[in-house]
Design a protein around this ligand. Structure first.
Ligand code: NAP
Length: 253
């Protein structure tokens, strides 16, 4: 599919696109011809740079600040994107955070924050995106979940619970809006080399993890982005309510 601009005329919003997986997704969507809204919360300079690199592909792209945990900010985000680039027809719910902690050591605040970023954020964004998608009878929603949301993980119970919830949201919404020409799918990456992973695991833990993966290495943000572009493409029109694993064979399901 490389080099094909099959998303020309579409507007994509990628949440948490200032860094890591989201930045790679934004660039890959731009390469496929979509106009791209690069959402960020704190990393303004990085988001501006991602938007600039998107524009190098000859598409419109702009950085938009919004905290996805705030429903009012999400409402304003969609209004601003619509005014500047046009209404969103491809939504990638990528913004997220990790937490590596024994359940008994997890505070109320940590639990609440994880839930709000990883699950409420996608809920608010879907709620804003759907009315236009339903009206135009075309839409793509791609939720970045995690393999931990399927298998569970020790010391990641809270994180895994938010991602399991996101998978249930994906499957339910696919049933709810499929007849309107909208697909809703989730990606379930295994360990991908980004800040999130580097902040949680020491270099020797990362090396041990890479060794335990049948493919013998960690994943790359660009590999998640490629799957995302495929799910947004016309070729994936009949793929709906699915969870696609991207983990080098680490946790087949
Ligand atoms: P990352 O490098 O830590 O980047 C996180 C992104 O989320 C940043 O752009 C950050 O924006 C944004 N963000 C965080 N809180 C936000 C908020 N309240 N509102 C808007 N944006 C917010 O993480 P990553 O590894 O790329 O992860 C991206 C997604 O993939 C997450 O949902 C994560 O759970 C999932 N995932 C990652 C892995 C992995 O191994 N890396 C594996 C499976 C799933 P600012 O910097 O601008 O605040």
């Amino acid at each position: 599919m490389e080099g094909q601009r099959f998303l020309e005329g579409k507007v994509a919003l990628v949440t948490g696109a200032s860094r890591g997986i989201g930045a790679a997704v934004a660039l890959a969507l731009a390469q496929s011809g979509a106009a791209v809204a690069v959402n960020f919360c704190r990393s303004a300079a990085q988001a501006e740079e991602v938007a600039r690199r998107c524009r190098e592909w000859g598409v419109k792209a702009q950085a938009f600040r919004a905290d996805v945990t705030d429903p009012e900010e999400v409402r304003r985000l969609f209004a601003a994107v619509s005014a500047e680039l046009g209404p969103v027809s491809i939504l990638v719910n990528n913004a997220g955070m990790g937490l590596r902690r024994l359940l008994v050591d997890t505070s109320d605040e940590e639990w609440e924050k994880l839930l709000r970023v990883n699950l409420s954020g996608p809920f608010y964004c879907c709620r804003e995106a759907l009315p236009f998608m339903i009206r135009q009878r075309w839409g793509r929603i791609i939720n970045i979940a995690s393999v931990w949301g399927i298998t569970g993980a020790s010391c990641e119970a809270a994180y895994a619970a938010t991602k399991g919830g996101l998978i249930a949201l994906t499957k339910s919404l696919a049933r709810e809006v499929g007849s309107a020409g909208i697909t809703v799918n989730a990606l379930a990456p295994g360990p991908i080399e980004t800040d999130l992973l580097r902040e949680e695991l020491a270099p020797e833990e990362l090396a041990a993890l890479a060794e335990a993966i049948p493919s013998g290495r960690l994943g790359r943000p660009e590999e998640v982005a490629a799957a995302c572009v495929f799910l947004a493409s016309p070729a994936a029109a009949f793929i709906n309510g699915q969870v696609l694993g991207l983990d080098g064979g680490w946790a087949p399901f």
